[in-house]
Design a protein around this ligand. Structure first.
Ligand SMILES: [Zn+2]
Length: 384
């Protein structure tokens, strides 16, 4: 037997690998070993029909949270991921130098989803108290500890996280950005990811201190000083320039960061997010408006982003940033056999943004089967 598992008859869509069309996918030893229009079922121990479905790489969520306040999705991370076709995610700075070991413990003991993480510049990580954010008190900034944590966890930590917003930083100037950038350099030139929602400082003043490969997250927020400045009409030329120079713009939906009017205007002006992500936490996964990554992707489809562009930004593009190029977020032979089988369901689906605006989408992506490392990890119950 050549294959442990064969996924047959589905429409393969893997724009990162240039694969598109009706194809079978052969899996052996937890890896993808063949993708071709027809593979012999007689050579497979088990076969799954994906007829009428889309076959994609396991989705990669560039921005989610496993460990906000020291718990959050925590041990339920797999539960949310497997039912939405997500096999890999990046924790966007839930933990800092003082509690990163706790995040690591939860991941090692409780979570099978493949995870990498940004380390918060603040020693305490994201605490979510009403008494101020993690860097509102300057002594919580721990550049040395952050850089050391990244160096000590090379299999997990990939960069520095900074949340720049009102009440989140000790000073409303570019200083916090400069410190985060210096910390990323101290850690060996890793990327930094900066949250920008409702920034008290114009975005161009912050972008100036970022490097190609750094990430601006929540790029479609509808609050102050976003990608269209205070007028919210036209893209700032500095933003267009920054993206052209390799600064990555991640959409990270979240409770406060995804505004339909901003999305519509940005897409009209040709500004697409480089990565599509959820900023998922326990609250937004169970009470909305985020729910999951396929829902965020469906919202962007509604606003006219082509399916291929949507899939690329939730598979190969984030996988590359997370250091998984060629092994995750792709169906190329040799890659880990993470595969998501989706239905693109027609109907009328009400969807909400972060500011109470609603749309009725005509199509929606729905995960049917999730395969991780060659094993079937989730099958949607019949009739749901
Ligand atoms: Zn976040």
């Amino acid at each position: 037997m050549q294959y442990d598992l064969l996924v047959t008859g589905g429409e393969v869509i893997d724009p990162g690998a240039g694969l598109r069309g009706l194809m079978d996918v052969g899996i052996a030893g937890g890896k993808i070993v063949a993708v071709a229009p027809s593979l012999p079922a007689s050579e497979a121990r088990r076969e799954i029909s994906a007829k009428g479905r889309l076959v994609m790489p396991g989705l990669v969520d560039m921005h989610a949270h496993v460990f906000v306040n020291g718990h959050d999705m925590g041990c339920q991370t797999d539960h949310f991921c497997q039912a939405s076709g997500v096999t890999t995610l990046c924790d966007a700075g839930s933990a800092g130098s003082s509690n990163f070991a706790g995040l690591r413990h939860v991941l090692d003991q409780e979570v099978r989803t493949r995870v990498r993480a940004f380390v918060n510049l603040s020693a305490i990580g994201i605490t979510g108290t009403s008494r101020g954010g993690e860097l509102s008190h300057f002594p919580y900034a721990d550049p040395e500890g952050c850089a050391r944590t990244i160096a000590e966890n090379p299999d997990l930590a990939i960069g520095v996280k900074l949340r720049f917003g009102p009440g989140l930083v000790w000073e409303y100037s570019a200083e916090p950005v400069k410190l985060a950038r210096r910390t990323a350099d101290m850690a060996g030139g890793v990327p930094m990811m900066m949250h920008i929602t409702d920034s008290p400082v114009p975005l161009p003043d912050l972008l100036e201190h970022m490097k190609p490969g750094d990430i601006v997250t929540h790029c479609y927020h509808g609050r102050a000083h976003g990608i269209m400045g205070q007028e919210k009409e036209f893209l700032l030329k500095e933003v267009v320039e920054a993206q052209r120079h390799g600064i990555i713009f991640d959409c990270a939906h979240g409770r406060n960061h995804f505004n339909f009017r901003m999305i519509e205007r940005a897409l009209d002006q040709g500004f697409l997010p480089d990565t599509i992500s959820t900023d998922l936490t326990m609250t937004t996964a169970t009470k909305g408006p985020v729910w999951d990554l396929p829902t965020t992707m469906s919202k962007l489809l509604h606003f006219g982003m082509p399916l291929d562009e949507v899939v690329r930004r939730a598979t190969a593009a984030p996988a590359k940033i997370m250091g998984y190029e060629g092994t995750v977020g792709t169906l190329r032979p040799g890659a880990n056999a993470d595969i998501s089988i989706f239905e693109l369901r027609d109907g009328s689906f009400d969807m909400r943004d972060s500011d109470g605006d609603t749309i009725t989408a005509k199509r929606r992506l729905l995960a049917q089967t999730t395969i991780k490392d060659g094993r079937i990890w989730y099958v949607r119950p019949a009739g749901v």
